[in-house]
Design a protein. Structure first.
Length: 346
């Protein structure tokens, strides 16, 4: 017999699940925790900056779809391991960046990292030791995946993984601190292009032809544009601090123009790669994202506004958000075009 208390319990359970899903969507959309008590998953999503992980998931998807389009002998299990490894590497990179920037004094309560979203340590969400431990655990899981890929695909997997790890650490950590010397943007281009897409493609197929190297560049340019936007936003803080990012070296106006050039170059490269047969004809669907580019083009042609629009969630970031929404649309359409190309063969 059903007890009369069952419906309220069921309703309560549904409400709780709905609230949790709403919390997670809020974090993924804004990079900020929801109001009120923060559940464990939301807390982890904030700590790892999960809102930007779709860029890596998209890069992995591009690699797998390129493998399916070009190669009949795809080992999907190895590709899946590589894709998980890429996401874990991005998580570890986010954790290590926050740790290293805090240790060298770059991050503070008045720096943008702690203004657009809670800094893991400065906000009290986790201790320094807890942040270090989390980074070690995630890197250890990534290492376990690398061992499996090494067994099946050999030493090139170590080259891909180790190159990505070294660049990720050197991005913020002494003595290189690539971000501080105008090399952080080039690092992102290499990591999100040849290393991520190339590494996952190699895991899937056992080779990495030059055509796939070229095919990895369009989306990598979009990811670099997001970082360019972020570094433009941070010029007022980075320039006085001596952090010479590429936008600091170029100046805001030239950096905005360069970022616009990167976004336009995405479309040019896709068209050229379709012309050579490296990408399927269906990849031309990315041209639909030109409408989204048009909406961010005018703001990128002007200095940053003095105040954010109403309910803007990640101020003082502005250009980073604009570049991100374009990257999300254009990258999503590229994945869709590749899916259609794999299915239809064109």
């Amino acid at each position: 017999m059903t007890d009369v208390s069952d419906p309220p319990e069921t309703k309560s359970g549904v409400t709780t699940r709905s609230r949790l899903l709403g919390n997670w969507r809020h974090v993924l959309r804004t990079s900020n925790p929801p109001a009120g008590r923060v559940d464990a998953v939301s807390r982890w999503l904030v700590l790892t900056r999960a809102s930007v992980l779709p860029m890596t998931i998209t890069a992995a998807a591009i690699a797998g779809l390129l493998a399916a389009f070009h190669d009949e002998n795809v080992r999907w299990g190895l590709f899946a391991l590589a894709a998980v490894g890429l996401v874990l590497a991005h998580v570890a990179n986010n954790l290590m960046n926050d740790l290293f920037d805090l240790e060298v004094g770059s991050d503070s309560d008045t720096y943008p990292r702690a203004l657009y979203a809670p800094h893991p340590v400065l906000s009290g969400m986790i201790s320094r030791r807890g942040l270090l431990t989390s980074a070690i655990v995630v890197n250890a899981a990534d290492l376990a995946i690398l061992v499996v890929l090494l067994v099946f695909r050999g030493w090139p997997m170590v080259v891909f993984a180790l190159s990505g790890f070294v660049l990720s650490v050197a991005y913020t950590a002494p003595p290189l601190r690539l971000k501080k010397h105008g090399l952080g943007e080039a690092t992102v281009l290499v990591v999100w292009g040849p290393l991520m897409v190339g590494g996952a493609y190699y895991a899937a197929t056992g080779h990495f032809p030059f055509a796939i190297f070229l095919a990895s560049l369009p989306y990598a340019l979009l990811c670099t544009a997001v970082l360019m936007g972020k570094h433009i936003d941070k010029i007022p803080w980075d320039a006085p601090d001596g952090t010479r990012t590429l936008p600091v070296l170029l100046g805001e106006a030239k950096a905005r123009a360069l970022t616009q050039g990167m976004m336009i170059s995405f479309y040019v490269l896709v068209v050229l790669l379709v012309g050579t047969g490296t990408l399927p004809i269906a990849a031309l669907i990315v041209l639909l994202a030109l409408h989204k580019l048009a909406t961010v083009w005018t703001p990128f042609s002007r200095p940053k506004p003095a105040e954010p629009p109403a309910n803007f969630p990640i101020w003082p970031l502005w250009f980073a958000a604009l570049a991100f929404v374009h990257t999300r649309r254009a990258g999503g359409l590229l994945v869709l075009g590749l899916i259609v190309g794999v299915i239809l063969g064109w």
